[in-house]
Design a binder for this molecule. Sequence first.
Ligand SMILES: Cc1cc2nc3c(=O)[nH]c(=O)nc-3n(C[C@H](O)[C@H](O)[C@H](O)COP(=O)(O)OP(=O)(O)OC[C@H]3O[C@@H](n4cnc5c(N)ncnc54)[C@H](O)[C@@H]3O)c2cc1C
Length: 314
Amino acid sequence: MQDPPAIAIIGAGIAGLTCAHELAAAGMAPVVFEKGRGLGGRVATRRTTEGAQFDHGAQFITTRDDDFRRVMAAMADAGEAVSWFSRDDEPHWVGYPHMSRIGHALGAQRNIVTGCRVRSVTPTDDGWTLALDHENVGFDQVVMTAPAPQAMELLGQDHPLASVLARVRYAPCHTLMVTSEDRAAARPGPWRPEQGPFNLIAREDSKPGRPPLACWVAHTTPEWSETYLETDTHQVREQLAAAFCEATGVPPDRIAYTDVHRWRYARVTQALGQACLQDDTGTLWIAGDGCLGPRVEAAWQSGRAVARAIRASI
Ligand SMILES: Cc1cc2nc3c(=O)[nH]c(=O)nc-3n(C[C@H](O)[C@H](O)[C@H](O)COP(=O)(O)OP(=O)(O)OC[C@H]3O[C@@H](n4cnc5c(N)ncnc54)[C@H](O)[C@@H]3O)c2cc1C
């Protein structure tokens, strides 16, 4: 019997972790390279030394695909996810006790190298070379799950898939993270302001299992973030903190902590419309939310589709 191919997956977001999980279930041993310290990509949690925690990327996960519904239900049974609230009988899942639990649950027992940025991906006679910070590593097949502009950078403009990746569009988002000394302040739960820079404000401690501290995340509209994309973080933070106080009624002198995270590629606004891509060598694959759309579920579907396509191809 032939040895299974050596497969590298770039990115430990939901697409990359799902792909790794599916390939491992088929007896393969992919290696996942992740530039960040944690797992989950844009399904992320930030913590402060004072004990506050913020799910500063995706707020909740909804399911339309029956298989994904089963995945989330299994995570709930395992105590790794919980429904934050339901709308029309549809649970809006969050990780338990924080959003990044989802990535950790999907990535459990996989070979994942964190804090490792892939610098380039170049074809060789019999596969691909990944340039890492201090070494080059060879693989038979590569799955790229970074947002399309970042995947394009790794491949280079001359790669035949570059023009396809260029069709994917993303909207940016700034996430303001706030704590207040006043637990009674402002209403719990997520709400969508109709005016101002924010399109969603969520009270973190209204999610099950969170620390009993008054913590919020507030996401800006795509239009606001386009305008302030390159503005200095300090200035953005000041401006958003003032808008937050106005929107919530929390007095500025009750704010204990603020920080801002800028997501340059937050939500897909134009997807490819196909679950994954394969280049003409048959050994380089593209997956991620850029394939099917701006949701965690779409990233999961794409990660699973690419794993199935790899299995079918060997
Ligand atoms: C602010 C915000 C709010 C959102 N709200 C929701 C929501 O409520 N519900 C919902 O369903 N979706 C939401 N989304 C969208 C959802 O988070 C994404 O669609 C989904 O998580 C994308 O997963 P992915 O695996 O495709 O990509 P990512 O999560 O971006 O994963 C790609 C990974 O690749 C890594 N990477 C990139 N380049 C390299 C490199 N060179 N070397 C190594 N690693 C690399 C990145 O660090 C990242 O971890 C939100 C997103 C944001 C930003």
